[in-house]
Design a protein around this ligand. Sequence first.
Ligand SMILES: CC(C)[C@H](C(=O)O)[C@@H](O)C(=O)O
Ligand code: SF4
Length: 770
Amino acid sequence: MPGAVSAPQTLYDKVLKAHTVDEKEDGTILLYIDRHLVHEVTSPQAFEGLRNAGRKVRRPDCTLATSDHNVPTTSRKNFKDVSSFIEDADSRTQCATLEENVRDFNLTFFGLDDDRQGIVHIIGPEQGFTLPGTTVVCGDSHTSTHGAFGSIAFGIGTSEVEHVLATQTLITKRSKNMKVQVDGELAPGVSSKDIVLHIIGQIGTAGGTGAVIEFCGSTIRSLSMEARMSMTNMSIEAGARAGMIAPDQTTFDYLKGRPLAPKYDSKEWKRAVEYWSTLKTDDGAKFDREIYINARDIPPTITWGTSPQDIVPITGVVPGPDDFSDPSMKKACEHALEYMGLTAGTPIEDISIDKVFIGSCTNARLEDLRSAARVVEGKHIASNIKRAMIVPGSGLIKKQAEREGLDKIFLDAGFEWREAGCSMCLGMNPDILAPKERCASTSNRNFEGRQGAGSRTHLMSPVMAAACALVGRLADVRKVAEPHNASPVKAEPQIAIEDTHIEDLDTDEDLDRILDVPEDDNTPHGGAPATSAGMVKFTQLKGIAAPLERANVDTDAIIPKQFLKTIKRSGLGTALFHQWRYNTETMEEKPDFVLNQEPYRHAKILVVTGPNFGCGSSREHAPWALLDFGILCIIAPSFADIHESNLYKNGMLPIKLEPEPLERVAAEARAGREVEVDLPAQVIRAADGTELAKFDVESFKKHCLINGLDDIGLTSQMEPQIKAFEKRRTQETPWLDGSGYLKRDGPVKVEAAPVPKTNRGDVKGDPMEW
Ligand SMILES: CC(C)[C@H](C(=O)O)[C@@H](O)C(=O)O
Ligand code: SF4
């Protein structure tokens, strides 16, 4: 929101300040959320929570829903409804449940019969729902994508989805400011995907933990919006809470004519651009950390291992344990080499591949498809390639690509031309790799099992993936394509979009008409009691502590994607660490995994010796699985931001310890002795009462845990402040109300038949069978 600023501020500081409804002395912030995107995987339990408490969605006009993760990417020519179209029962239930929820809660929804359907992070910007200077959240870690518009955009867990649906706010903390400046001209064949992979290689997957990264510098300024989005998208892979890029003329040009942006050249548009132009870091503003990169140092880059930080130039060789000095990195390297079926020293370009996937919220935009098409035009994929897929990010992108003849280029070259969705990025739909299959992929995560059990993923840019398809091996696009075709296309897509522009708002009546905030009463969310929903209280916890001697444990490892298809929170204990606990072929327990051993089968505490526990996806299924197994407290050197917050929201305690005290606790765990965690005293003790470690915990979080308080109840008490904030928001940034749907008569229609109640809510008895 516009306002005078005094001390030099960063872009993040400005947008944060403009959305702070309330700030407590301990730094706890109640943040207003302008834009909430919803998808089928992380929302069912949130809507169920609303229903149980008799709450409504506070701002349907600021909420946009679509189905993307579970949807098949096969032809929709004969699509009637999700019940008949989606074969997998759990996927069908999840999609049908979302349709039921958007109907019940009166939300705008793009379903499978709508060209505007697509990956949630692609459709938000495409529609102009994502706007500069806003706060954007979604139950999905790649919400960071939207930060390319200069918004604070971040992934949240399902409990927070419920909180935003009910209150349009979030309880949060200020993040650190981190600057990543990239200057200079990119070499041929190098795209924004290479830049971001290079950055993650430099700073590591925990490099941005606790921080919001602002990407700046001449290289970033020269990128199109589409290329910028690929970068902010992957800031989560650098561990950051969010990534931001200051809006500029490129941003404004991109937004012109988008259905949900202010109408181009209207009074509203001019006012918005005037405000958006102030959204930049002031000279002299302080960053907590600064990284400088010369664009010339960035080669076409791919990943070799099982973490996005495992990068190598395409001209390089597979690294070996000797290339790392840190013992945990050496171990991780050995493990990754074994999983990936690679030998240290092998030239990268000698590695043959089985499949190619061009898609995902990182690289399934029109510019990506145009770039890949230029590389493959008139050529054919190599004979050893079993499957090469193009999965556009949205129905509109698909249509536009077809208008440009890109579908024909790909089909002639031997690619499959699919419908929009997340697809093989994580394979919650039927698009998966077979065990040990190797894939050149434009997605963002190369975790173990990510594209299917035992799958092997190499991350790269669209032009590089296209080159790999032609060569049948990991390939250098500069050797495959003419120089002018090797570099990504840079042109903003002209996607034909309906002009459902918003009206100019002139009078107070106009504002009243669109403002959908509740009347002045104390039960604004449908009469829900403004009290705690009653979480279990956490005070002292004594029990077996299981040692887990790993670094960068990602949430895909904590609970793989096939278990995310439930619409319940319960019953996920058997899915915990599924690939590490069970042989995926025989489903037998692996005896060497710690939780399969006595006494650790009964662990209540997990002691993780490596940093960055819970990195990757925002899935709250990870804490639900830990909790269902019986684990209530996790002790580690550090946690990924979203996972840490998800643990607290479930009444669990994450404890960060320095190496020495951590080692003392780990020694007790290795010895199979009980450990006591005393939250009120902030102390960890051995079974005989000896103090092992003291720990820090934020006072507000401690208070909530000890008293079993639920955030929504607490936030409801802030109703007058939220209302006052909304009034001011309407006056200062009126284009954010109604989100451009002013002329719609109601939510977008959902045609699908409701799923019979008997099919809903069933979690199969043994998730191992899934
Ligand atoms: C399903 C969702 C929670 C998840 C995420 O948060 O990222 C998914 O999009 C992913 O990429 O793993
Ligand atoms: S990372 Fe993959 S699964 Fe997650 S939202 Fe993006 S495309 Fe979908």
